[in-house]
Structure formats: structure tokens, C-alpha cells
Write a protein that binds this ligand. Structure first.
Ligand code: PHE
Length: 344
């Protein structure tokens, strides 16, 4: 018995590499190994001998496991030292730095946009993403079956009646403009508000569409606010955001809740207005929608349109980020590939 133990321990001690050690472990403790053999042999032993032999088996197994561990530690230290000797491992190299995370690009662009307006005296307000039809459409001058509703492919949460649209319907807001209505409903002018947040449309995901995207809504309401204020404010905004060498133009457009309405373009940063692939030859890139708040909207919130006027605008955050950083596919914002996120 003693010879058996000696042999087993010697088999461990004589291993020169971790690979040899693994072989020895299999020979001793593996399914067909020596120690396992002792336990298997118990079956054919006379009853009175079983406890003693079983105990020896347990002792041997404990001892072998301990020696295997000790030898593994010795051998890996040896292997490490020889790697150092061969120069394969340079222990003087600095350790790997762990990276700090940071805000998502969309969050910092949203901040950049809202802080420009905060510096102009605006206040940040947020509103619900799950919204009533009333705030998303009706009170923004689009009663049921208004043709402009079809411009927005709406995701509904609850419909009162599938046959007809109702102000009670619940939907995912298709833009951030409902915040205008909610704020005006509960407060009196003067109001200078920006409202960043998510909006949703029933769009298939492709390079320029996403069913969820972000906008910053802004509006100002008071006495004697006119189109000149809208132009001046948005020009300052665009120059702060994109730099003073960008030209800005206001192009007539239609929105149901503003009249007159304008889209704002900046001169293309790739060709500087000459016309290229990015601006589709026009020299201009659209960046936001805007207009003077329609008097009908004031009617819904109980403001006297003879007393108050105001302007509103909506900026797409993904759109600004794409233009500012030359990103050509909206999907990268939502894939969360660290190689993309780290660049900003
Ligand atoms: N809500 C509009 C949209 O999403 C943008 C807009 C906001 C236009 C405010 C004018 C005034 O298309």
C-alpha cells in the first residue's frame, strides 16, 4: 500500500510541465485512474474490509489532489520565469488602462442644443412619450381626418374606435410638439421653452429612418413676437451649433400648427454650397422645421390670438448629430457598438 502511495506522489512530483501534470492527473484521478480503481474495487471486497480500503482511497485522493495543486503552482511560476527569460513577457510594460464610459453622442448633442437655448433664457420642460391624440394632433390644428395626419405614420397604444380617429386615442407621440400644448394649457405667456425627447413613427429601419428618434421642440410666446424674432433666434442657434461660416436660409414650408412655416437649411459643409452627393446637388442641408404658431392652436389653449403671438421649431437630434459629425447611417446610434461610441 505504502509503495502505491509513494508511486502516486512520485508521478506528480516528476512532472516537468503543466501538460505532463494534466496527464498524471488523468492517470491518477481520471475515470480509469488509479484512485478511482480503488473505489471501484470496493464492490468485490468482503464487507469487513470495505471501510478500511475506502478510507485509504479517500486519504490517497486527498493527498494526490493537494500535491497536484502544489506542483501546478510551482510549474506555472517556472513557466512564467522562463517566458520572462526568453523576453516573451515584458513585465516592465505599463498595465492596460481601463476605459471610462461617457455620455452617448445623442445625449451630448441634445445637451448642446438645449444649452444654446438656455443661454438665451429658455427653460427646459419635458412631456410624456405616450400621449393623447388630442395633444399630438387635435390641439395642434389637426382634427380627426385632417390630411396632414397621414404624414405621420402613427403607432397607436389604444384606439377608441377603429373606424374613426378620436382625441381620446392614446398613441406614441409622433413629434415633440404636444409639449407646446401641454405647457400653454397650464401656464400664461411669456414662455420661452425647449423640450428634448423621443418621438415615434411607424417607419422601417434604414439608413435614414428609425421608428424611434429624438427631437428638441422649442417655442416662444408673448406679446409682439414676430417672424423676425424667429429668424434671429434660429440664425443665432444654427451659427452656434455649426459655426459662423455656415450660411442659413429659410425656405417656405407647410406645418398644420404654424402659419407661416419655414424649413431652415444650412449651406452644405462638404461642398460649401457648390452642390455634391451629400446635399443632392442643392448646396443646402435641411436641419429644422419652424413657423409662427397658428392662431387656431392658441384657441385650443385659451389664449387670445389678438393678444399673444409666438413661434415654434422642431430639430431632429439624430439629424444634427449626423450633419455635425459626418455620420451617414442613423442605425449606428442604436446599435451600441463600442467602437462607434468611443469615437465621440
Ligand atoms: N413637429 C414638426 C415635425 O416633427 C416640426 C416642427 C415643430 C415644425 C415646430 C414647426 C414648428 O415635423
Amino acid at each position: 500500500m505504502a509503495a502505491l502511495v509513494d508511486d502516486a506522489l512520485e508521478a506528480v512530483a516528476s512532472c516537468g510541465t503543466l501538460a505532463e501534470l494534466e496527464e498524471a492527473r488523468v492517470k491518477l484521478l481520471g475515470k480509469k485512474g488509479l484512485v478511482t480503481g480503488i473505489f471501484k474495487g470496493l464492490a468485490v471486497l468482503p464487507r469487513e474490509e470495505k471501510p478500511a480500503v475506502g478510507q485509504i482511497g479517500n486519504l490517497l485522493r486527498g493527498l494526490v489532489e493537494e500535491r497536484l495543486q502544489d506542483r501546478a503552482r510551482e510549474l506555472s511560476e517556472l513557466e512564467e520565469t522562463s517566458l520572462i527569460d526568453e523576453g516573451a513577457l515584458d513585465v516592465s510594460l505599463p498595465g492596460r488602462r481601463s476605459r471610462l464610459g461617457h455620455r452617448h453622442l445623442l445625449a451630448s448633442v441634445a445637451d448642446e442644443i438645449t444649452s444654446i437655448f438656455v443661454s438665451l433664457g429658455y427653460e427646459i420642460v419635458s412631456g410624456p412619450e405616450v400621449e393623447f391624440d388630442y395633444y399630438n394632433f387635435e390641439a395642434l390644428n389637426q382634427p380627426a381626418h385632417h390630411p396632414a395626419r397621414s404624414l405621420h405614420d402613427t403607432l397607436y397604444v389604444r384606439r377608441e374606435n377603429l373606424e374613426r380617429e378620436s382625441p381620446e386615442d392614446v398613441l406614441l407621440r409622433t413629434h415633440t410638439s404636444p409639449v407646446q400644448v401641454r405647457v400653454m394649457e397650464s401656464r400664461k405667456p411669456p414662455l420661452y421653452i425647449v423640450s428634448p425627447g423621443k418621438a415615434y413613427r411607424k417607419d422601417e429601419m434604414d439608413a435614414t429612418h428609425s421608428a424611434m428618434f429624438h427631437q428638441v421642440e422649442g417655442f416662444a410666446v408673448g406679446r409682439d413676437i414676430n417672424m423676425g424674432h424667429l429668424k434671429g433666434t434660429l440664425e443665432v442657434f444654427v451659427r452656434k451649433l455649426f459655426g459662423t461660416d455656415r450660411k442659413v436660409r429659410f425656405r417656405p414650408h407647410f406645418f398644420p400648427f404654424t402659419e407661416p412655416s419655414a424649413e431652415v437649411d444650412i449651406s452644405c459643409y462638404v461642398c460649401d454650397g457648390a452642390g455634391c452627393g451629400l446635399c443632392k446637388g442643392s448646396g443646402w442641408l435641411e436641419i429644422l422645421g419652424s413657423g409662427m404658431i397658428d392662431p387656431n392652436v392658441f384657441g385650443y389653449v385659451g389664449y387670445d390670438p389678438e393678444e399673444y403671438t409666438g413661434f415654434a421649431f422642431g430639430v431632429g437630434i439624430e439629424r444634427v448629430a449626423m450633419l455635425k459629425y459626418g455620420i451617414d447611417d442613423i442605425r449606428v446610434f442604436f446599435e451600441n457598438d463600442a467602437r462607434f461610441l468611443r469615437q465621440f
